[in-house]
Design a protein. Sequence first.
Length: 144
Amino acid sequence: MSARRTHGFTLIEVLVALALIAVVLGGSFGVVRESIANQGHLERRLLAEWAASNVLDQYLLEHEQLNVDSHKGRERLYGRSFDYTVTVSKLEPPRSTGMTDDDTRGGAAPPTEYRIEVEVRDGGRRSAPVARIERQRTAKVATS
């Protein structure tokens, strides 16, 4: 009768374990690579949203009286350039709430409402907007 050693792993068992580890690590590297690619896209969108918000706030600070308008410019944020377009349009009909029939019978017209829209594109790229933000504002009524 021969004495057989029963402790330790055979070469086949070691190769199977290495193959399983290689498959798991290969899948993990694909997930990491995709996460890194998405991180760049999300960073670009987040910065574009911030740029749009900055442009809209600056526009509202500089323009107390709103008129139908459109202009373009460039905003730099954290080393990136974004091209933007600000468009102001009149809402027809005004969607003001709080005016009763008595208010309109006396000849008082509802206040004019405007929509301010900011579209932001990646600087130098002619593509779809990366971010878009809009607000509605009621024009101030002159009091006598």
